[in-house]
Design a protein around this ligand. Sequence first.
Ligand code: HEM
Length: 88
Amino acid sequence: GDVGAGEQVFNANCAACHAGGQNVIMPEKTLEKAALEQYLAGGRNEKAVITQVTNGKNAMPAFGGRLSDEDIANVASYVIATSEAGWD
Ligand code: HEM
């Protein structure tokens, strides 16, 4: 996916709960590398992010039907790339 386009999707749809790669609702479930490796169902990879964003999980809403498949793929690329680079 397109990381730059994904950053715009993230800022518009995810940052309310995940600003700076954090998590305001479940503080341990951040978007940082170690947390994704520990908590994300399916591991720290784009496919697993796509699944969670499409379907939602617990207090995280589902974005399937609200975002296009392309937007979801792009935001997943942005999340994985930024978890690798560091959110700071
Ligand atoms: C968890 C991505 C929007 C609330 C996660 C995780 C990812 C993610 C990758 C797994 C983190 C981990 O397990 O360490 C995104 C993306 C979003 C988005 C890319 C935008 C498209 C939101 C919004 C909210 C939210 C808007 C709040 C209304 C949560 C919560 C969890 C979570 C509560 C923990 C779910 C659980 O395991 O129970 N998010 N998120 N997310 N997100 Fe989001």
